[in-house]
Design a protein around this ligand. Structure first.
Ligand code: A3P
Length: 324
């Protein structure tokens, strides 16, 4: 039961029944095109609920991204930044809970209580494109942190991720392997979760140009290279900057260490244990942690594929001032 009344439910069902649908098996889920972007059924229903019901708290910070762009890392870092005075080094919830259980996804979890969706911390994550965000997020002036990543690494990560999921009750090994070439093709055409990739990034980029004080743009690759700089920047942006004393005491570095790929991926809670990704779609917690590196695409994409992504990017973003 997702908490919405039956009438609302039917209304959504009717809307969804009219949408273009892609049931190509590549992402293992059917995708529906809504307001120009593609979503699996469950997050799409969540999106509709969120558009109708979500009321952010005044201090909420929205963490937005395309899947496989560094969402897990961003959730962990912002959670650790905001909760740093409440927990000691050995008691942070991130040590015993998945970052995804510390910071909820709006469109996946609003269903359980649409009228009163509330996160434990002032953080709400989403893959919803800027133009489809609930109006309440825009009108309340909530701050947004957007993380994005080189599309070459995103498609490779997405492809691996899809292979780790399987419909409930079915062994992963018995599901057909996804063909990277075909998945790549769909990605290029914009048919991927919350895609098109380029339109998603552009939507947030344009909004951030209009109100830079409200939207912080972070590139996964930059966060990797200059983690200290960006962690401090995030803390300032969220209105909770590190004091000199904290810096001297190594608080920034402790947060970075806690949230590092090496640390998080080695924790029991993130290693195994079943996780329901979408309704009817299961996998293990470790599906969120693969390599955590920049440039792994070189091991999977051909130079031609890289050129193709480069060309699409040029064509889509050349006039935007954004470089990927
Ligand atoms: P790879 O598949 O390239 O390894 P998301 O969190 O948006 O689903 O993105 C998942 C990607 O982020 C995966 O990339 C995953 O390994 C990487 N990742 C997860 N936790 C990370 C961390 N703490 N630091 C850096 N990268 C991380």
């Amino acid at each position: 039961d997702d908490g919405a009344d039956p009438e609302t439910h039917n209304k959504y069902k009717e809307i969804i029944a009219t949408l273009p649908r892609s049931n190509i098996r590549h992402w293992k889920v059917d995708l529906y095109q809504y307001e120009g972007f593609w979503f699996p059924l469950q997050p799409l229903e969540g999106l509709l609920l969120a558009q109708d019901y979500f009321k952010p708290q005044p201090n909420d910070v929205i963490l937005s991204s395309l899947p496989k762009s560094g969402t897990t890392w961003l959730k962990a870092l912002t959670f650790a930044i905001l909760t740093r005075s409440s927990f000691g080094e050995s008691t942070n919830p991130l040590l015993s809970r998945s970052p995804h259980d510390c910071v909820p996804f709006l469109e996946l979890e609003i269903g359980s209580n649409p009228q009163n969706f509330n996160s434990n911390v002032s953080l709400v994550a989403t893959h919803i494109p800027y133009t489809s965000l609930p109006k309440s997020i825009i009108s309340s002036g909530c701050k947004i942190i957007y993380i994005f990543r080189d599309p070459k690494d995103v498609i490779v990560s997405l492809w691996h991720f899809s292979q780790k999921l399987s419909p409930e009750g079915v062994q992963t090994s018995t599901t057909e392997d996804l063909d990277l070439k075909e998945a790549f093709e769909l990605f290029c055409e914009g048919v991927s979760i919350a895609g098109s990739y380029w339109n998603h990034v552009l939507g947030y980029w344009r909004a951030s140009l209009e109100s830079p004080e409200r939207i912080l743009f972070i590139k996964y690759e930059n966060l990797k290279n200059e983690t200290i700089y960006y962690v401090k920047k995030m803390a300032e942006f969220m209105g909770y900057p590190f004091s000199l004393e904290e810096e001297v005491n190594g608080v920034v570095q402790n947060i970075i260490n806690l949230c590092s790929f090496e640390n998080l991926s080695s924790l029991e809670v993130n290693q195994s244990g079943p996780r329901q990704f979408l309704s009817g779609m299961v996998g293990e917690n470790n599906a969120f942690f693969r390599k955590g590196r920049v440039g792994d695409w070189k091991n999977h994409l051909t130079p031609e594929m890289a050129t193709r992504l480069y060309q699409i990017t040029e064509q889509k973003l050349s006039s935007s001032g954004l470089t990927l």
